[in-house]
Design a protein around this ligand. Sequence first.
Ligand SMILES: [Zn+2]
Length: 201
Amino acid sequence: MTGLISSARNNLSFIARLLLLLASCLSLAAPATPHTAQLQVHEQFHVRQQHFSCTLEYPPGSCLRDLRQLLGLLEQYDNAGALGAWQWVVVARSEWKPFSTALGIDEVSPAMTSFLNHQTFLDEALFDVFPGRGSELVQRFGVPPKQLLILALTHELGHAVCRDASEIGAERFAQEIRRRRPGRCDAAAAPVWGYRLSPGR
Ligand SMILES: [Zn+2]
């Protein structure tokens, strides 16, 4: 899962042009030169400053369902407003690997975040069953398929909340919020984002 610095633009239907400056989580090294990639997306809805989009090729029958699932998971975390304006993009399975390849990053990684442009991209394979891809992700990350989405999302929140491109920093934050403890960024003395407990718990 990848932290990116990008030069993307947010519009109802935009073309994201990403300038890759940083390595992906699990790849061995950052590319020596910047790469660019394009994605066409349609924004479906927004909740406060959180904007939710699917790529053009995302199955229409799954787009809203998957975005609502994503929103539901995000709402488990307190202080979502701390992110400010943010765009969440689910990327069709057919587009993910070309997108990753164009950026020169690890194509197995199912998510990436541009914390400078306030965007996070998630592979459709985190929401639905794709036999070959599913086993690839399970093998890489070592968790059951149903846990992959929350694993990826909490990790990307580490990049996003901490504005931290490092995998160690993002994952440290993610591990804390997965345990329902306040997340801490390496550079911050105080917790920056806590887990929202459901009423009555
Ligand atoms: Zn990462």
